[in-house]
Design a protein around this ligand. Sequence first.
Ligand SMILES: [Ca+2]
Ligand SMILES: [Ca+2]
Ligand SMILES: [Ca+2]
Ligand SMILES: [Ca+2]
Length: 346
Amino acid sequence: MKPLRFSFYALAVLLSVMAACAPKATGAPPTAIVPVTGNTSTSTTVLIQHQAIPAQLPDQRSNQAGDQDSSTTAKNKTVPGGDRFTFGKYERPFNADTMDTYFPYLDIQNVTIYQDDTWVYGVIVVKGRDANNAMPGKYAVELDVDRDGRGDFLVMVSHPASSDWSTDGVQVWADTNKDVGGSTAARSDSTLSAGDGYETLVVDSGHGQDADAAWARLSPDDPNGIQLAVKRSALGGATAYMAGMWAGNEDLNPALFDINDHFTHDAAGEASKDLQYYYPIKQVSELDNTCRMAVGFVPTGKEPGICPLPAVPGACQPPSPNYCYPYYPWDPNLCCCAYMGSCQQP
Ligand SMILES: [Ca+2]
Ligand SMILES: [Ca+2]
Ligand SMILES: [Ca+2]
Ligand SMILES: [Ca+2]
């Protein structure tokens, strides 16, 4: 057997050497490979012929949500609210430890979601651009398409720079082994996660099964807006889902989801001086996110991470303005301080 095995090996080596020396096949499409500056991956960009490019956003939005404006409290190195690590709520557009640098390009002010037959669009409006009139952060839409409180897809753009739709720097990540969220959806787990978060890169700057799956641009009509578009077919054709949005620098990392399962509360810190034991932010910084908007279904208010439902007429008021703060938000429909539709101790 030994001589036979050797001869097969020798033949394989000979064939591979011949193949390497053979002239390159002609007729292959020309490619220009250039590095993607600012991309988190090591991939390169190949010029791609796109078939489907998003155009105008629909007139009717599917949902929207507001977010805290931390510019109002930045000089005091704190936030006006909205930062609760254990609930997966981040309002920390500041540097770590000292919180003496405020990043307007990471401070989400409001977000809107739109959809049409082909696309889901996410629009993120931040406080402003950086000193170079740029948006040097990462901006993402996180989609929970089976509404279990655990994100299934993260559509993210790094450093959007053009007001024309582009696939450059746009990635779609998926959590195919279902460990995002850990043991308790949205809330921090009791033990640190060993999970891999969003581990599967489905689309990377137009590379992937569908070159047209995900796009981004700077809003053509708003200097503080970033728009993302992802094909509904890339999301499994989702029709009823929850969508939250993110802005961040290094800590907006697909592998770290859910972020509050990958850091202890002590290590992550808190951004509000009202939570003085945990203040300031430490290992989780330069990050903002929003509550999760319902699209295509009527939420009960108990979905993990869901945006607060609007108060029904006649809903009750808290006994004092800061009755619940900073622990649980006042729920005017339940008439108590509540989390995910359940009354909590204020
Ligand atoms: Ca904010
Ligand atoms: Ca899910
Ligand atoms: Ca969790
Ligand atoms: Ca995973």
